[in-house]
Design a protein around this ligand. Structure first.
Ligand SMILES: Nc1nc2c(ncn2[C@@H]2O[C@H](COP(=O)(O)OP(=O)(O)OP(=O)(O)O)[C@@H](O)[C@H]2O)c(=O)[nH]1
Ligand SMILES: [Mg+2]
Length: 608
């Protein structure tokens, strides 16, 4: 077997926020690929607007640097569990990985998931204990915990022999001994060159696996992936093999490789490198592009199943069609099916109703990011409450179950225990460390929906929770909704201060004076369990005598503004979130009181 020593392919993997993208900044900046005066800022790879706003990586991305004449292809991956599909999508391009572990938090649920993925694909890991500049770093302990994790996951003893480095990605320093002061990231570069195996190359006709797609208005579809065999150059004739084994002939237009943030056009590229090629229209991720001389498909990318589903429908609210550019069934359907080309862990299905589609994803955030992206593109639609995806195995109803780990202050154990038992969580482990407590639960996915905001409130923000998918278990029965009732607008019109002030006696309101409302729109939350219809457009009766100035001076409590994620977390099964580029409105599925009453009596009758 031959190797090419001029390339290394690595993936950077970790739990969310453990500093992957920041470390990539340091690798890019210290490899002199930017001009001296070039302003690149921070989290350079998080270029997508939502990534910048939320401060998290959503999509895995490729970059490359050159160190001592060796090209290091780097794949930055997201750490949030909802985007695990991205890790699965790209991990097969790498021969090694940097497993980052926060020097304070230590290994977390997603650390385990990504390490398991890396070991399954035979990647050579380098452990990087990161953020060692943190005041409360506990480096030795975190290293021990990381070793335990390897003991648990390794499938062969040589996987237990991994190098360990200590880094502050933020300061751009890496050391081999945590007692020393670092000056740059060169120990990491050296370690990559020394420990990550150079790519093996197989000679023979060209073969590459497509792991990513991009689009350019001039060049058309761009297919990105690793070359496993042979070489490729512009004008080569190739065959693209799709999932059904179908083979189509194409000619490669151009070949690019990565360098920093650029794609560099090259005459050709060889096995072991990660390239982008154009000219293959209609290619999808997982396809193999090969030489027609030996058209053999590589194994397709293995992606975990979605666990959460919700419907996306054409907007049926009385205010529909006013704010979006794309509002029809056809536009919504096309957009959703288009998303499948790059969002591999997403599923879309038509339903019995032609205006509604069932969309399945890896978690609430996975779906919320899609909703937010579409709304910014100008789409207007309505979505239902996310629900766990159940399935029937051997005649038995099964539901997804996840491991939930919580770190918080001991004083919140009481409230959390009560809240979680209502959601069918079972405590499996609890560790105390003075004031701090670590709790581990097994909880059905349905019990997790809406949990995050309740958790933050219950722990006053002094806690972190993480989840990871475990598997399917027998259905444990419905979880009763613990939410209070809502305040529903009874009349259409414009909300006014007087009407809102009356309603604020009943609970919290979600809208400001001047907001357009319709009958059946949710305008607030009741302090009691039942829903009530209220008139927020109600004006004060006019009298001839102005009694006082008191009604001019009404002071409303500021409304609670729900973000998109909070809104989809908040609604119940009989409610919808109406999403437009300008507004997020909550509504009852059945808009009039008469319809809702009939709905209740029908449901009662069917239960009898
Ligand atoms: N103290 C300290 N903070 C760091 C360091 N590296 C990153 N951070 C901070 O940690 C946070 C997360 O950093 P990111 O680089 O976005 O983490 P990530 O692993 O890419 O996160 P995801 O891609 O969303 O999983 C940011 O607020 C960084 O400023 C470090 O070395 N020391
Ligand atoms: Mg990141």
């Amino acid at each position: 077997m031959n190797y090419r020593n001029d390339i290394r392919n690595i993936a950077i993997i970790a739990h969310v926020d453990h500093g992957k993208t920041t470390l990539v900044d340091a690798l890019l900046k210290q490899s002199n690929i930017f001009r001296d005066n070039q302003q690149v800022g921070e989290l350079i790879m998080d270029q997508n607007t939502l990534e910048r706003e939320k401060g998290i990586t959503i999509m895995a991305k490729n970059t490359a640097v050159i160190y001592r004449g060796v090209k290091i292809n780097i794949i930055d991956t997201p750490g949030h569990a909802d985007f695990s599909g991205e890790v699965e999508r790209v991990i097969n391009m790498a021969d090694g990985c940097l497993l980052l572990v926060d020097s304070m938090e230590g290994p977390m649920p997603q650390t385990k998931f990504v390490l398991a993925q890396a070991l399954k694909h035979g990647l050579k890991p380098i452990v990087v204990i990161n953020k060692i500049d943190r005041e409360n770093a506990r480096i030795a302990e975190v290293l021990n915990l990381t070793q335990d994790l390897f003991l648990e996951l390794a499938t062969s003893t040589d996987q237990l022999d991994f190098p360990v480095l200590y880094a502050s990605g933020k300061e751009g320093t890496v050391v081999t001994d945590p007692g020393r002061k670092g000056k740059d990231v060169s120990p990491l570069f050296e370690s990559i060159l020394e420990k990550v195996p150079p790519p093996q190359i197989e000679s023979g006709p060209f073969q590459m696996l497509v792991s990513n797609l991009d689009y350019d208005s001039h060049k058309g579809q761009i297919a990105i992936g690793r070359i496993w065999r042979g070489k490729v150059a512009a004008r080569d004739s190739v065959v693209c093999i799709s999932a059904d084994g179908n083979q189509r002939n194409y000619e490669i237009s151009e070949v690019f490789t990565h360098l920093g943030l650029e794609r560099v056009k090259v005459a050709g590229a060889e096995a072991g490198d990660i390239v982008a090629v154009t000219g293959i229209e209609g290619v999808t991720i997982g396809d193999t592009i090969t030489s027609p001389d030996r058209p053999e498909a590589l194994p397709r990318i293995d992606i975990g199943e979605p666990t959460v589903e919700m419907t996306f429908g054409v907007n049926t609210s009385p205010l529909a069609g006013r704010e979006g550019r794309f509002t029809t069934t056809r536009q919504l359907r096309e957009r959703l099916y288009k998303e499948l080309e790059t969002n591999l862990s997403l599923r879309v299905q038509d339903t019995d109703s032609p205006d509604t589609f069932l969309v399945k994803g890896r978690g609430e955030l996975h779906l919320a990011i899609l909703i937010e992206t579409m709304r910014r593109e100008g789409y207007e639609f309505e979505v239902s409450k996310p629900e766990a995806i159940t399935k029937v195995v051997d005649g038995k109803l099964m539901e997804p179950v996840e491991a939930l780990s919580i770190d918080t202050k001991a004083e919140y154990i009481g409230v959390l225990t009560e809240m979680l038992s209502k959601r069918q969580a079972q405590l499996v482990d609890m560790r105390n460390d003075g004031d701090n407590v670590h709790l581990e639960y097994h909880i059905p996915t349905k019990g997790l929906i809406g949990l995050r905001s309740a958790f933050l409130t219950a722990t006053r923000g002094e806690g972190i929770m993480n989840t990871i998918f475990l598997g399917y278990e027998p259905w444990r029965g419905e979880v009763a909704s613990t939410r209070s009732g809502v305040l529903i607008a009874s009349e259409p019109g414009e909300a006014i201060t007087y009407g809102l002030n009356n309603v604020q006696g009943l609970g919290l309101t979600f809208i400001e004076p001047g907001t357009l409302v319709y009958e059946g729109m949710i305008v607030g939350m009741n302090t009691r369990p039942q829903d009530i219809a209220v008139n927020v457009c109600k004006e004060k009766k006019k009298t001839n005598v102005r009694s006082s100035t008191s009604d001019i001076a009404i002071r409303l409590t500021p409304p609670v503004r729900l973000s998109l994620e909070q809104a989809i977390d908040f609604i119940n099964k009989d409610e919808l979130v109406e999403v437009t580029p300008e507004n997020i409105r909550l509504r009852k599925k059945l808009l009039t009181q008469a319809q809702r009453l009939r709905g209740i009596s029908l449901a009662r009758r069917s239960m009898k």
